[in-house]
Write a protein that binds this ligand. Structure first.
Ligand SMILES: Nc1nc2c(ncn2[C@@H]2O[C@H](COP(=O)(O)OP(=O)(O)OP(=O)(O)O)[C@@H](O)[C@H]2O)c(=O)[nH]1
Length: 495
């Protein structure tokens, strides 16, 4: 994702500013110019960037900052806030409620990934216990119905469409009626896309919208459209009541900055991003964790969310209990590997946890890493229960290592490598020792501080310094609402 490069440029600009002995107007301007350049190169609309620069300068009045104030922290905070503001239109989109029928209509240009995204959206909700259904009102592209049907069948989601009927309005209305009768709580209507914005497309969209009265219209946008994003998004907004945006293909070489422009044009939030062609390559989009990731601060709350999603509820307290005792066994590593494989695109998960990605998960080599994890698990399958439950790898003598290698059909070298990996992970997780486990639903300032304290041990020192030390970390966590997110991991409610 090229957005990572944008993040890198912004972090570098901030770092350069931090290195300066005195932060004066010149240093601030240089830093802001660097950030401006990075944003423009990422296809963020010029006006947005210029406004952001002006706002930061207004907030950060260097003369007014009393001596002793941490200017770097204040500037970084202002940049964080402005980037969040750019991505947050200030009002949340309509959120469908489980068990109550909602109609959601998808619009976008041809090839934006609309049909794929409809199914991803349905599948995401289905996994959370919803009863979604898909209606194909795209009568323009010959293969659209087949594509939707194929995706829907694969994910076992009911669908409606027709090979014969050419009137999209009629199909949409029939489909919505039918699924309402069947008590589906999320009825998703896919509409036609054209290769460019044209009157016929907008007219058809408007008619489908009028006939089906959707509770939410989602504009699907390909992240690679660059500077055209603003105009395109605005054109759609003028025809139908766009209420949310989904940006697709964030995994590719797209610059992704168009997402920021689309938010400004539609005054609607980005609610999900598409990160691949597969059904589960779809992420909830949260502004603050996203921006902190962009600024190179990692996205712990996203990581915790993922864990919350895949670690079975009843196992979460047990896992944390074990970690809090500093008892990281090979079995825990095995279970974590199982969870990681369930989490979907592995690099994505690791990129959320500061310090992890570079070591276990080299960028661009996710498939290899996934295979490596599976290999490790096969080797662990050849271990005894005693070995798996011990946190002392010394138990593994030469003959046991040879036996494990033979039993799993792997080389001795590979078993040693796996044990090294275990030691490395055990070291990281040992920093969680003494973690205070709050009771379900408890969210006191005390536990927030405890978490920040532990987090500060896990973060690489360089990054902690960049965030602004312990104080910076605490305030960042407060902003990110990570106390809440972290509580989720301890058995809190569904998000
Ligand atoms: N890499 C990647 N590919 C995606 C993503 N979302 C969709 N695609 C691919 O983009 C291509 C176009 O997607 P479709 O869903 O057919 O596009 P569409 O907008 O429905 O097209 P029309 O029905 O013609 O309007 C397909 O090959 C999808 O697999 C994504 O997030 N990442």
């Amino acid at each position: 994702m090229v957005l990572a490069q944008l993040g890198g440029s912004i972090s570098r600009a901030l770092q350069q500013m931090s290195n300066a002995t005195i932060i004066d107007e010149k240093v601030l301007n240089e830093c802001l110019n660097e950030i401006t350049r990075a944003l423009l190169q990422s296809d963020v609309q010029f006006k947005l960037v210029r406004d952001m620069q002006t706002n930061i300068k207004k907030i950060v009045n260097l003369d007014d900052l009393a001596a002793g104030h941490n200017k770097r922290k204040i500037i970084q905070q202002a940049i964080f806030n402005e980037l969040c503001k750019m991505l947050d239109p200030g009002k949340p989109s309509f959120t469908p409620k489980k068990g109550k029928t909602s109609v959601v209509m998808f619009v976008g240009l041809q090839g934006s990934g609309k049909t794929t995204t409809c199914t991803k959206y349905a599948y995401y909700h289905q996994k959370k216990g919803w009863k979604p259904a898909l209606v194909c009102a795209d009568t323009f592209r010959a293969g659209a119905f087949d594509q939707l049907k194929q995706n829907a069948t694969k994910t076992k989601i009911p669908f409606y469409g027709s090979y014969m009927e050419s009137d999209p309005v009629k199909i949409a209305v029939e489909g919505v009626e039918r699924f309402k009768k069947e008590n589906c709580d999320l009825i998703i209507v896919d509409t036609s896309g054209r290769h460019k914005q044209e009157v016929a497309l907008f007219e058809e969209m408007r008619q489908v919208s009028e006939a089906t009265k959707p509770d939410l219209v989602i504009f699907v946008m390909d992240s690679s459209i660059g500077q055209a994003a603003f105009d395109q998004a605005q054109a759609f907004k003028q025809s139908v009541a766009v209420g949310a945006v989904i940006v697709t293909k964030m995994d590719g070489h797209a610059k992704g900055g168009g997402a920021l422009s689309a938010v400004a044009a539609t005054k609607s939030p980005v609610i999900f991003i598409g990160t691949g062609e597969h059904m589960d390559e779809f992420e909830v989009f949260d502004v603050k964790p996203f921006v902190s990731r962009l600024l190179g601060m990692g996205d712990l709350s996203g990581f915790m969310d993922k864990i919350h999603e895949v670690v079975p509820m009843d196992q979460q307290p047990e896992l944390l209990q074990k970690l809090s005792e500093g008892n990281f066994t090979l079995r825990i590593m095995y279970e974590q590997f199982q969870n990681i494989l369930k989490m979907g695109p592995i690099g994505q998960v690791f990129s959320m946890l500061p310090g992890f990605s570079a070591e276990l998960m080299p960028k661009g080599r996710e498939k290899e890493s996934q295979a490596k994890i599976k290999r490790y698990m096969t080797m662990m399958d050849s271990m005894t229960n005693e070995e798996l439950d011990s946190s002392n790898p010394k138990l593994m003598n030469e003959s046991r290592i040879m036996r494990i290698a033979r039993g799993s059909g792997r080389q001795i070298r590979e078993v040693m490598e796996m044990l090294e990996e275990y030691k490395r992970l055990a070291k990281i997780w040992s920093k969680m020792k003494g973690l205070k486990i709050p009771k379900k639903g408890e969210m006191s300032a005390l536990s927030r501080n405890m978490n920040a304290q532990h987090m500060s041990k896990v973060l690489p020192p360089q990054m902690l310094k960049q965030i602004g030390g312990m104080g910076g970390l605490q305030s960042l966590m407060k902003q990110m609402g990570s106390a809440k997110d972290m509580m989720g991991m301890f058995g809190g409610g569904d998000k």
